[in-house]
Design a binder for this molecule. Structure first.
Ligand code: SAM
Length: 278
């Protein structure tokens, strides 16, 4: 029998599409660490974003109830239908996780995934919108994104993503993962984080959408003083200065120095001044 040459072997394993963030886990120890961290119970439903070649999916199928997997790459979907299609608790959805209708997944569910890094920030914001239906998220991400999720005020990692994650969830950095655990190797370090949605937001605010408008405006020009950044984003100078003073926040401070509670006080102050003006 003639053995297949190198070309045939590559064709049968399909070349990874880096544009889709395809860095496949090859280390089963990491897979088991992720599954252990998820603390899956036999009947639980899991949503996996980007199952890829199915290394994590298979472990999830062994330890949970239904596994719904959303994969964008048609060739990988075909492969998954062949390898895992016979598993009764597997449901594959071919499509974009950003456009996915999360109501299709019976809730509550867990999200366990090695996310495609190129789209991880919008995916995280999307998942936070769905938090009320989610019990726990165990996510492999670029190390820098995990640092942003867990960041405390005062540094370059702290921003709108840190505030959104910490406003809605308990954030726990779990462990780092070396590039050698993937094929092809990513150029960046990776880490696993656990996000546990809180029963209610960490800080109470009058209007959540307005709170996040203030947060985004504060960080829009992160090197500028808060008053200037907010003004550049359409918040009028005089009432903003008044709200900052009322909240006891020096207008020369930058957004990255404000704690969640300070942002909340500022947003509520700005909102009440806006309402009085009407
Ligand atoms: N879970 C696999 C593993 O750990 O080996 C693959 C992880 S790989 C980092 C990311 C996966 O997400 C790839 O399979 C890629 O095709 C898929 N993907 C990329 N963009 C996606 C999107 N917008 N929606 C759903 N899946 C996506």
């Amino acid at each position: 029998m003639t053995r297949p040459g190198p070309r045939a072997r590559v064709a049968s394993t399909q070349i990874a599409r880096k544009s889709l963030g395809q860095h496949f886990l090859i280390d089963k120890n990491i897979v088991h660490k992720i599954v252990r961290l998820a603390e899956l119970q036999p009947g639980e439903t899991v949503l996996e974003i980007g199952p890829g070649r199915g290394i994590l999916t298979e472990a999830l199928l062994d330890s949970s109830g239904l596994v719904v997997a959303v994969e964008l790459d048609a060739a990988l979907c075909a492969r998954l239908r062949t390898t895992l299609g016979g598993r009764s608790n597997f449901r594959l959805i071919e499509g974009d996780a950003l456009a996915f209708e999360y109501a299709q997944v019976p809730s509550p569910f867990l999200v366990v995934a090695n996310l495609p890094y190129y789209v991880s920030t919008p995916l995280l914001f999307r998942l936070l919108e769905e938090r009320q239906r989610i019990d726990r998220l165990v996510l492999m991400l670029q190390e820098e994104v995990v640092a942003r999720l867990a960041a405390a005020p005062g540094g370059k990692d702290y921003g709108a993503l840190s505030i959104a994650a910490q406003f809605y969830c308990e954030v726990r950095r779990a462990f780092r993962v070396s590039p050698t655990c993937f094929r092809p190797k990513p150029r960046v370090g990776s880490a696993v984080v656990v996000l546990t949605p809180l029963a209610k937001p960490r800080v109470s605010v009058t209007d959540e959408a307005f709170f996040f408008r203030v947060v985004r405006a504060g960080f829009a020009h992160r090197r500028k003083a808060l008053l200037n950044s907010l003004r550049d984003e359409g918040f009028e100078g005089a009432p903003t200065a008044a709200a900052l003073e009322r909240a006891g926040i020096d207008p020369r401070r930058r957004a990255e120095t404000l704690r969640l509670e300070e942002f909340a006080t500022l947003a509520d102050g700005l909102l009440s001044l806006n309402q009085k003006k009407r």
